[in-house]
Design a protein around this ligand. Sequence first.
Ligand code: PEP
Length: 250
Amino acid sequence: MKKSRFFIANWKMGMPLASAQEWCKRHVGGLTALQKGDNNLVLCPNFVALQSVIELCKPAAINIGAQNCSQHAQGAYTGEVDAQSLKDVGVRYCIVGHSERRALFGETDEAVVNKIVALEANGIKPIICIGEDSKQYHAGHTKAVLEGQLRLVFPVLATLPRALIAYEPIWAIGTGDTPDINYLDDIFLWLREQVMMKAPDTIVSLIYGGSVTPDNAEELINVQQIDGLLIGGASLDFQKFEKIVSLASR
Ligand code: PEP
């Protein structure tokens, strides 16, 4: 059976408002063609661009995600954006626990859990990012690191109807390095077993992220337990994004 595939574009801070608007206007037709069959396209622009991207991409019937949200429902949290505002603007997905937020903004496992709860209360599906750094990878500690990052998450995840877990080795993000396919096979099979054991009633899509390009997309999506790709740098360039989606949805 052909699996339903997610293609999630994480634009990070690489697409300022005017560029995001231009990208959407120019490529809405192309996006419509890519959003076919079992494909699920999710674009994650910055907060300010969300509303425009949602409006401009309406004809393509794709989903829009946020890159972050506050762990609090409301209050004196200057600069934060609450999940309800994201819902109100039309956001359907939200990235939480991205390694850049963990490393640069001190996002803890507790904060990740709170964000998942806040998103769930507003009907937004979390894209929960996990991953080990290069030292942990070389020491053979990947599963222990992932287990630690998921320890607090699983009890909440088990109460949700659906969620996404994105395995993104930190050493693969933006570096051009990707893990060996046999290694990914093993990690994703293990992740699937963890989900079946700890959140058996939740529909969890497992996503790979880290230096996805048109050259490796097909091989990556063919890993048995991978349900989709999270694409950073390459998603800024529509031609590359289009190639990735086309090759990985054959
Ligand atoms: C990311 O940061 O989520 C990511 C996948 O980045 P890149 O594709 O650029 O490695």
